[in-house]
Write a protein that binds this ligand. Structure first.
Ligand code: LLP
Length: 413
């Protein structure tokens, strides 16, 4: 599996496709997020081709990057979508995505969200608790509307990823265990408006080894067979999301192995998958500018104009992201790259070997297309940054930079 080299140096300048990042900084300012259209297209296609044997229904996890232009692009590529809130439904609805291309996951849907999903007849509602089945059952009965549902099973499998983004163990809040499945089935069986069409699991995110998927799916498939034998017309099995990307030089997931396993183990079922990061992660960079260099007790820090409010993955998960200068700079040294926010967790890189970076130099924090902008905030009253989409040798702003007025727009005195 090889993802294209979307970001490259050419004659000493750093490019996204055929646009110099310095050019974007000049016109849009910093900090900003930059995404490559062709990278998103190729990772979407790569996934479809890798799993061609099982012809999966790819439901892009909107939470990874929910910019309207990105959603529109994926809609045009033929993607279906995995949503986790009424807000994500609204985004897709505004993009003209039909509800029959949406599945609705999430451990805590409100009554309003459940009602919306029922009224608008989404493709499938993924239930995550017995209380949710009870509430949904009532809504469907009252509205006399049919709801297609699938059960998210908790397989008690360790995905081998960061504990904060691991979701398939017994100790986690996600999914239903066997006892809860039994209880849920009783409610489903009693209600002609609930149609159980799927079963699946989502064991975590940034998973590089496919073995945990296969272990989880052994359990999911056993359950699927049991449900069919009880008379439920199970159409699909849902692998969840979670395919990891190499942030350093880790080997990418072995899709061939997983595809062969699925082809053998799941014949007679439609396969669903909910990838987010894999589709958009490598497509994006966060562009920030060096304000200056300081030393404290012999340790060097490059202070940049982007902060943890703009990109939180290093602060939240101690996540590693490559940081590259946009022009070729001389010299070398070891330094942290830190933001202006008043927290010691406000860093992008620690003890990193970097060239000598003068004030004004631009830095690209790599692989930030997933869980970047979407997890940003206004902390420290910092306006959210602009987002830019590059298409070959042109680019356009797909979300404008917030202003100071935006910061207080919803506040009242
Ligand atoms: N499906 C469900 C039910 C999910 O909860 C998630 C992600 C996905 C699909 C998509 O997973 P992906 O393919 O993107 O790994 N903020 C964290 C990641 C949180 C993932 C939450 N759930 C990070 O920056 O690593």
């Amino acid at each position: 599996m090889k993802l294209p080299d979307t970001y490259q140096y050419k004659d000493g300048r750093f490019y996204c496709e055929n646009v110099g990042l310095d050019q974007i900084a000049l016109e849009v300012g910093t900090p900003c997020y930059i995404y490559s259209k062709s990278s998103i297209e190729s990772s979407f296609r790569l996934l479809s081709e890798a799993f061609v044997k099982v012809d999966p229904l790819v439901c892009y996890a909107v939470k990874a990057n929910s910019n309207q232009s990105i959603l529109m692009l994926l809609k045009e590529l033929g993607s279906s979508f995995d949503i986790v809130s009424g807000g994500e439904f609204f985004r897709l609805d505004r993009s003209g995505v039909s509800p029959d291309r949406m599945i609705f996951s999430g451990v805590g849907k409100t009554l309003d969200e459940l009602t919306l999903a029922v009224e608008r007849s989404i493709f499938c509602l993924v239930v995550e608790s017995v209380f949710e089945v009870t509430q949904l059952s009532k809504i469907c009965q009252e509205k006399r509307k049919l709801s297609r549902i699938s059960i998210r099973f908790n397989p008690d499998i360790d995905a081998g990823t960061h504990p904060y983004i691991s979701t398939g163990l017994a100790q986690h809040k996600f999914g239903l265990d066997m006892a809860a499945v039994e209880a849920g089935l009783e409610i489903i069986q009693d209600n002609p408006f609930l149609e159980l069409v799927g079963i699946g699991s989502h064991i975590g995110s940034q998973i590089l080894d496919v073995q945990p998927y296969m272990d989880a799916f052994d359990k999911v498939m056993q359950l699927a067979e049991q449900l069919r034998s009880k008379g439920h017309a199970i159409e699909h099995v849902d692998l969840g999301g979670g395919f990891g990307i190499p942030y350093r030089d880790e080997p990418a997931p072995d899709f061939d192995l997983l595809a062969s396993f699925l082809a053998e183990r799941c014949s007679g079922y439609r396969i669903l998958m909910e990838p987010g990061r894999f589709i958009v992660g490598k497509a994006g960079v966060f562009l920030t500018k060096v304000l200056g260099c300081k030393t404290n007790h012999g340790k060097s820090f490059y202070v940049v104009d982007g902060g943890m409010n703009d990109f939180i993955r290093p602060a939240l998960y101690n996540a590693y992201h490559n940081v590259l200068p946009v022009s070729e700079c001389e010299g070398t040294g070891i330094a942290d790259v830190v933001g202006p926010v008043c927290e010691s967790s406000d860093f992008f890189a620690k003890d990193r070997t970097l060239p000598n970076l003068p004030p004004g130099e631009l830095l690209a924090v790599m692989d930030t297309g997933a869980y970047g902008f979407v997890s940003s905030s206004n902390y420290n009253s910092r306006p959210r940054v602009a987002e830019v989409l590059v298409d070959d040798d042109s680019f356009r702003i797909i979300r404008s930079r917030e202003s100071w007025d935006d910061l207080i727009r919803h506040e009242e005195i």
